[in-house]
Design a protein around this ligand. Structure first.
Ligand code: GUN
Length: 294
């Protein structure tokens, strides 16, 4: 029988801890942590993610400011706003919700954020610090996955780990964290991507599979060995007439057939997703406490 990794439950527990920390700051007369989110345009998925982030901030007492731009905003306007937030001592952390419209150079935007306020951990300074294993803001999804691995005491030492997907936000940082010479690392990591020729051969040997390619229901039972740990990062939105919103989320894993072969597996929704938001809250708290850069 497999163990379900309950991200929703763990996220709830961590949220309570964060709320406690924020309360302590308040009681001691300190400055309440403050997150600013820049949202450009009206992309449906981005609207949903940002709404979740806002709600989570309110739940733990973190101040939240949303700055909206039309999707025809110029790059200069956006960079000016980021510069303004960089210099605003009242704001501890900032994120620019991705993706951005095509007239805007995403990398330039990321690099304009002060690394000390980059609670998404996307700035090259934070990525570089993470790679060499010194304190850094670590991007929210990989940080959330590591938290789940810690909570469920999943042994990663010397295990073979296959990461499917090589995005800057998930696949790449995940592969680094799993190989890091640390208690929650020391795995032998293989990264698979769209040009990999023998994915099934590789996943069949894996003790831990992290599916982060963004292709709904990609990982099937015949690709997974008995007793594997499977982490599903997929969040493909598909139309559904069974939900109030009119859509539902599909993971990168065919859960029903893969789960019976697993020792541990994350569901979608309720697995990695809730942990991502909690990691952002945690990073914002760290930013307010100046715990990464001091
Ligand atoms: N778009 C999808 N995921 C993320 C994220 O974690 N942060 C930001 N800023 N944009 C995203």
């Amino acid at each position: 029988m497999y163990q379900l990794i309950d991200g929703k439950k763990i996220a709830g527990q961590i949220k309570e801890q964060i709320a406690g920390e924020v309360k302590k700051i308040k009681q001691q007369g300190g400055k309440i942590p403050h997150l600013a989110v820049i949202l450009v345009g009206k992309d449906g998925a981005s609207e949903t993610y940002v709404a979740h982030k806002e709600k989570a901030c309110h739940q733990v007492g973190i101040h939240f400011t949303l700055i909206r731009f039309e999707d025809n905003v110029s790059q200069n306007e956006l960079l000016n706003k980021i510069n303004e937030i960089n210099n605003n001592e009242n704001i501890d952390g900032m994120i620019v919700q991705l993706p951005l419209p095509k007239q805007i150079d995403e990398q330039k935007v990321i690099e304009s954020i002060d690394p000390e306020k980059d609670v998404d951990g996307f700035h090259p300074v934070n990525v570089g610090r993470m790679v060499i294993g010194i304190p850094a803001y670590i991007s929210a999804t990989p940080a959330g996955i590591m938290e789940l691995i810690k909570h469920y005491n999943i042994d990663t030492q010397g295990k073979s780990c296959v990461v499917i997907g090589r995005s800057n936000i998930v696949g790449k940082p995940m592969s680094i964290l799993m190989m890091q010479k640390k208690a929650l690392g020391n795995a032998t990591v293989t990264v698979c991507h769209s040009r990999t020729k023998n994915i099934k051969e590789l996943t069949l040997k894996a003790d831990i599979i992290i599916a982060a390619l963004g292709q709904a229901q990609f990982l099937t039972a015949d690709m997974v060995k008995e007793g594997a740990v499977v982490i599903d990062v997929g969040t493909t939105r598909v139309k559904s007439d069974k939900t109030k919103s009119g859509w539902k989320l599909l993971g990168d894993v065919k859960f029903d057939e893969v789960a019976p072969k697993c020792s541990y597996i994350t569901p979608v929704p309720g697995g990695v997703g809730p942990m991502t938001i909690v990691s952002l809250l945690k990073n914002t708290l760290l930013a307010a406490q100046k715990k990464i850069y001091n």
